[in-house]
Structure formats: C-alpha cells, structure tokens
Design a protein around this ligand. Structure first.
Ligand code: ATP
Ligand code: MG
Ligand code: MG
Length: 348
C-alpha cells in the first residue's frame, strides 16, 4: 500500500494520519519533538531535526508522497525531500504563504481584495506606511506568526514605536484595520486533475487572535457565499494547488477581503468531521494521494468550539452532552493558549 509522509507532529498531523489510516494508507510522521499528537497515531515516526539531511532523505525514501501540517518548514529540508518524492501541496504554495508580504502581493495580483498593506522594516518605513494607510492598523511579523502571535495593534500614531519594538527587529507588514461585520473561511480542496471542491463557508469567532468557534452555515447572503467560494477556487487554480487550503476572509458591508491563506488543513475546517460525509482531512489525503475528491456537502448545521488551555477540564461534562462529538489531541500539559481539543455540536 501507499505511505503518506507528514511533516510536523501536531493535532493537524494527527487528524490527517487518522484519515489516511481510515483509507487504508500508512503514515510516516516526521517531527523534531518526540511523542507529539501525530506521532502517537502514525505507523512510522522519525524524530529528528529539520537540518538532519540523512534522516530527511531516509524519510522521503520511505514514503510515496509528502505533505505538511504547518507552513514554516525550512527550504533546505524541502530540497532534500523533493529530490526523492513529490511534496503536495507544492513548494510554491508554501513560498507564497510563508511570508505575509508575498502572500498579500500574490492575492492582490489575482485582483482579490485585501486590507491595505505596506512592508515595514524600521521607524521610517513604519511612518511612511502609517501616513498612507492610517490608523487603526495592525503591525504583523511577516513570518512565523500564528494564533495572533507577533502582532501589535496601532490605535493612533503615538503607539507606533511600541508596536515596532514588539516586532523585535523582524521584517513586518502594516495592515489597515478592517472594520469587518464577520469573519468567514472557505476550506477548499483541489485534486491532482484540477477539480475543485469547497466546503460550505464557516463563520469564525476569534478571541485574542485565537480561533474560538466556527459556525456553519455562516450568516451570509447566497451571493456572498458564491463569491467566497469562487475567490477560494481562484487562489487554488492560480497555484496549481493539490490538497486542502484554508482561506480566511473578512466580510464588510460592501466587500469580501482575503485575510490570509493556509496551505493545509485548517482549524476552522474541523466542523467538517461531523458535518460532512467526507471531512477536510480525508479530502486532503484523497487529493495528495491522487484519488478523486470526496463528497464534502454539509449534511448538518455544526458549531465547532476549540478547547484551549484548561478548558480541557470541561471534557467530563462535555462527554455527557447530546449531539456533541469530542476530538482530543493527546496532549498532556494544558498550557495557557494551547489547543487541547475541540467539540463539534450538531445543530439539526
Ligand atoms: P492564524 O492562527 O489564523 O494563522 P495569525 O496569527 O496568522 O492567525 P491573523 O489571521 O492575521 O493571525 O489575525 C488573527 C485575527 O486578528 C484575525 O482572524 C482577525 O480577527 C484579527 N485581524 C487580523 N488582521 C486584521 C485586520 N487587518 N483587520 C482587522 N482584524 C484583523
Ligand atoms: Mg496565519
Ligand atoms: Mg488567521
């Protein structure tokens, strides 16, 4: 049988491995940290660093296709792997989405709306950017940010210096603050033959930069729903993408703006596990393994709620709730802000 290689060992890798296993495929997880969520469920595990050329080569030799569950895999590691087996989604998708500036330029180049943005590397470029974009605005590190980390709000120009300091010298991007009515995301899939299938857009609520809930269906007009799906499909086609992508959008009174894209399965797509016959994880595995995409039609209304930090203590109570599916990641230490699991509540 085929073996799927997964780079990264967190909960997304775990749920990908479970989906692959259900399809009768083997999985081999590569993760620098031992015993993580994905390593606990994979058939094969390599625990080695991203600079371990020998381990990377042996890993790539042992699998038929490699995918990843996070964006920040070093280029050198990808070079080693790509000389031996296909990486799906492609490196171009990683390159574009690893850097917020490249990503925004790519989206704008497709004619898609985004927040106004400008590159910032020092006080002078920040002043120029604020002059053009105005306040309120958000300064974000161009690379490595997630769950709202590496971001600083600039309410008025007097807060500029402090925000720049928060970047610790890293290259940054200033974005105009979008006064959105709501946030949605489209979980979109594209197969090896170029067919595209999108899950129904979900409505996302964040607190302190971290996703709290996703609700389907999102409160959207039919026209907006169609536009959101078409925008996502356009992004996937432009990248000749293979796999599942998360496309985050802001909904304002008169526009749909793309916030960011993630070239992987996405937290805001977890509802699909209990809302569709084929969920985002199976869809991703099907796509990268060259299978036909599955039926991702939504059959139920669902509210997904993340269990963050010590919220995992609610599991005994949650486990007694009707119409509630528990998904736990096998992490032991409930540090603040750490995603420990989620529940999908089915609302018929
Ligand atoms: P993720 O964990 O989704 O990768 P991230 O760290 O990459 O998060 P963003 O998605 O850029 O962060 O921002 C997190 C949240 O902060 C957004 O979902 C949104 O609620 C808010 N936000 C970010 N940028 C803007 C903006 N330009 N205008 C208004 N709100 C914003
Ligand atoms: Mg992000
Ligand atoms: Mg985001």
């Amino acid at each position: 049988g085929q073996t799927v290689g997964i780079l990264g060992g967190g909960q997304l890798g775990r749920m990908l491995a479970v989906a692959a296993s259900r399809l009768g495929l083997r999985t081999h997880v590569y993760d620098p940290a031992p015993g993580g969520p994905a390593a606990q469920v994979a058939q094969d595990v390599t625990t080695a660093g991203w600079d371990d050329t020998e381990a990377l080569a042996a890993f790539a030799d042992s699998v038929d296709v490699v995918t990843y569950e996070f964006e920040n895999i070093p280029t050198d590691a990808l070079d080693v792997i790509e000389s031996k087996c296909p990486i799906r989604p492609s490196r171009e998708a990683l390159r574009v989405s690893q850097d917020r500036l490249t990503e925004k330029e790519f989206l704008a180049g497709l004619g898609l709306g985004t927040a106004p943005f400008a590159a910032v590397h020092d006080a002078a470029s920040l002043d120029a950017a604020l002059e053009r974009i105005g306040t309120p605005a958000i300064l974000k590190t161009r690379r490595f940010g997630y769950d709202g980390k590496g971001q600083a709000r600039i309410g008025d120009p007097t807060e500029a210096a402090q925000a720049l300091e928060a970047m610790s010298g890293a290259p940054a991007l200033l974005e105009g603050f979008v006064p959105f009515d709501r946030e949605i995301s489209v979980i979109a899939a594209r197969g090896l033959s170029g067919d595209v299938a999108c899950f129904d857009p979900g409505e996302n609520v964040h607190a302190e930069g971290i996703l709290r809930t996703t609700t389907v269906p999102a409160a959207l007009s039919e026209a907006r729903r169609t536009d959101a799906v078409l925008m996502a499909a356009r992004i996937l086609n432009a990248l000749d993408y293979v796999g599942v992508m998360g496309v985050e959008l802001f909904v304002t009174a008169d526009a749909l703006l793309v916030n960011e894209i993630a070239p992987r399965v996405h937290n805001s797509g977890h509802w699909t596990q209990n809302g569709c016959a084929v969920d985002q994880f199976e869809q991703h595995v099907r796509a990268i393994a060259g299978w036909p995409l599955g039926d991702g039609q939504r059959h139920s209304d669902v509210v997904m709620e993340n269990l963050i930090g010590d919220e995992v203590d609610r599991v005994p109570a949650l486990s007694r709730e009707a119409d509630t599916a528990l998904h736990l990641y096998g992490k032991d230490a409930a540090r603040p802000g750490r995603k420990m699991g989620h529940v999908n509540r089915i609302r018929r």
